[in-house]
Design a protein around this ligand. Structure first.
Ligand code: 13P
Length: 247
C-alpha cells in the first residue's frame, strides 16, 4: 500500500476547508489500497475531521509544539492533536524551518514529543538549490536526519520521513523520479545505520500532481507522496487518489 498525504498548508480557510471536505467525502476509494491522510490548517482541523469521520481518511497536523501543557501561549501539544484524532504530524517542514526559523534541535524535540504522545512524526528533510548545486545535499540531509533522531529510543519508534527538496516545492520543478529514487535509497541506508537496521517509509514531496504522481509511485523505495497545492483542488485530489488506489 502506498500513501497519499495532503498538506493543505495555509491555502484554505474554514469555509473553503469544509466545502472541500464535503467534496472529498463524496469520493469512493478502498482504504486497504491507499493510505490517505489530510493535513488541514490547525484552526480547521477539528471541523474537517468531524466532517470526514468514518470515511477511511486519517488526519494530521502540519506542525506541533513539544511541550505537553502549561503556560506556552500560542502552542498546541501532541496530546491536544491526539485528542481530536490526529495520527500524524508533519515535523520540520521546510516552510517551518525557513520562514519561522525552526532549528534542527526544535525538530528533534518535536519528533520526541510526537513519539511520546502516540502520534507518528513525518520528518521532513530537504536541501536548497544552492546546497544541491554545491554538492552538499547528502551532508545537509544527513545533518537533518541525524539531529532529529538523536537520543531517541531506538527500539520502539514509528517514524516516517518525507524527502522534500526545497527547490521543488511549489515551483513546478519536481525532482526527477530517478534522482528521488537515489536519494530515498540513500536515506534508507543512513536510517538503517542509525536505527538498528530498521527500514523507514519515505514519501516524496515537491510539485507532485496528477500528471507525475505515477512516476514516483512506481518506484519501490518511494512509499508515497506528500502533496501541497495539487491536494487542495478536488479534480487533482481525486485524480491522485485514483492513481494511488489503482497501482
Ligand atoms: P507542493 O506540492 O505545492 O510543491 O508542496 C509540497 C509540500 O511542501 C508538501 O508538504
Amino acid at each position: 500500500m502506498k500513501y497519499f498525504f495532503a498538506n493543505w498548508k495555509m491555502y484554505l480557510d474554514l469555509k473553503q476547508s469544509l466545502a472541500f471536505a464535503e467534496d472529498i467525502s463524496n469520493l469512493e476509494f478502498d482504504n486497504s489500497k491507499v493510505g490517505v491522510s489530510v493535513f488541514p490548517n490547525q484552526i480547521t482541523l477539528c471541523e474537517v475531521s468531524e466532517k470526514l469521520k468514518g470515511g477511511g481518511i486519517y488526519f494530521g497536523t502540519q506542525n506541533v509544539d513539544w511541550e505537553n501543557s502549561g503556560a506556552y501561549s500560542g502552542a498546541t501539544s501532541v496530546h491536544m492533536f491526539k485528542e481530536i484524532g490526529c495520527d500524524f504530524a508533519l515535523v520540520g517542514h521546510s516552510e517551518r524551518r525557513e520562514v519561522f526559523g525552526e532549528t534542527n534541535e526544535d525538530v528533534r524535540r518535536k519528533v520526541e514529543a510526537c513519539l511520546g504522545g502516540g502520534i507518528i512524526p513525518v520528518l521532513c528533510i530537504g536541501e536548497t538549490k544552492e546546497e544541491k548545486d554545491s554538492g552538499k545535499r547528502n551532508e545537509i540531509l544527513m545533518e537533518q536526519l541525524r539531529s532529529a533522531l538523536e537520543g531517541l529510543d531506538k527500539s520502539n519508534t514509528k517514524i516516517m520521513v518525507a524527502y522534500e527538496p526545497i527547490w521543488a516545492i511549489g515551483t513546478g520543478e519536481a525532482c526527477e523520479p530517478l534522482e528521488a529514487k537515489e536519494v530515498h535509497l540513500w536515506i534508507k541506508e543512513e536510517y538503517k545505520k542509525y536505527f538498528s537496521n530498521k527500514d523507514v517509509e519515505i514519501l516524496y514531496g515537491g510539485s507532485v500532481d496528477a500528471q507525475n504522481v505515477l512516476s514516483y509511485l512506481s518506484i519501490d523505495s518511494i512509499s508515497g507522496v506528500l502533496v501541497g497545492s495539487a491536494s487542495t483542488k478536488i479534480e487533482s485530489f481525486s485524480a491522485i487518489l485514483k492513481i494511488v488506489e489503482n497501482l
